[in-house]
Design a protein around this ligand. Structure first.
Ligand code: SF4
Ligand code: SF4
Length: 161
C-alpha cells in the first residue's frame, strides 16, 4: 500500500473510522512517529508503520488500507496507545480497520479466529523458546535457526541487536 491513487481517495474514510469506538481522536495525530518508534512489530517489519497507516486513513486511502495484510500484523500490545502524546489510540484504530475490512468484504470473518490462533501459536513458541533458553541452549539455537529461516526479517533484526 504505497502509491496514492487520487481517483480512488475517499474523503469519508477518516470520518467512518473516527465514528468507531476508540477512533474518535484520529485527527489529533500530528505524525510525530512515536507510535512507530516504540512498536515491536515495526522494529522487525519496516512495512508495518502506524504513523503511515494513520496518514493513509486521513488521506482517504480506503481500499489500500482495508485490503492490506499489513493491518493484521499488530500484536495488540498497547505500546503505541500508551506513548502517544495526542491520545490517538492507534491500537483501537487498527481494531476498527480490521472490523471494517471484514464488514466491507476485503477478508472473510473467519480471519478473527485465525488471528486468535496466530496469537496462541506465537505465545506457545515464545514459551518454548524461553524454556530452552535456560534449560537447553543448543535446542534454543536450533529453534531460533528454524524460526529465522521462516522469518528472515527477524533474523536481520536479531543480528543488528
Ligand atoms: S504517536 Fe500519536 S500523534 Fe504521534 S504519529 Fe503516532 S498516533 Fe500520531
Ligand atoms: S498495539 Fe500494535 S501497532 Fe501498537 S505498538 Fe503494539 S504492535 Fe505496534
Amino acid at each position: 500500500m504505497n502509491e496514492i491513487d487520487g481517483a480512488n481517495l475517499d474523503p469519508q474514510f477518516k470520518y467512518d473510522v473516527a465514528r468507531r469506538p476508540g477512533g474518535e481522536n484520529l485527527q489529533l495525530c500530528f505524525a510525530c512517529g512515536t507510535c512507530t518508534a516504540g512498536c515491536p512489530v515495526s522494529e522487525v517489519d519496516p512495512e508495518f508503520n502506524p504513523r503511515k497507516i494513520i496518514r493513509q486513513v486521513v488521506l482517504g486511502m480506503r481500499r489500500e488500507v482495508l485490503s492490506s495484510p499489513v493491518i493484521w500484523r499488530c500484536v495488540q500490545c498497547y505500546s503505541c496507545t500508551a506513548k502517544c502524546p495526542q491520545n490517538v489510540r492507534f491500537r483501537e484504530i487498527l481494531r476498527a480497520l480490521r472490523e471494517m475490512a471484514v464488514e466491507e468484504g476485503y477478508v472473510d470473518s473467519a480471519v478473527f479466529a485465525r488471528v486468535d490462533r496466530l496469537g496462541r501459536l506465537a505465545q506457545t513458541l515464545r514459551r518454548n523458546l524461553a524454556e530452552a533458553l535456560v534449560s537447553d541452549p543448543a535446542r534454543f539455537e536450533e529453534m531460533c535457526r528454524q524460526a529465522e529461516a521462516l522469518a528472515p526479517a527477524a533474523a536481520a533484526a536479531a543480528d543488528k541487536g
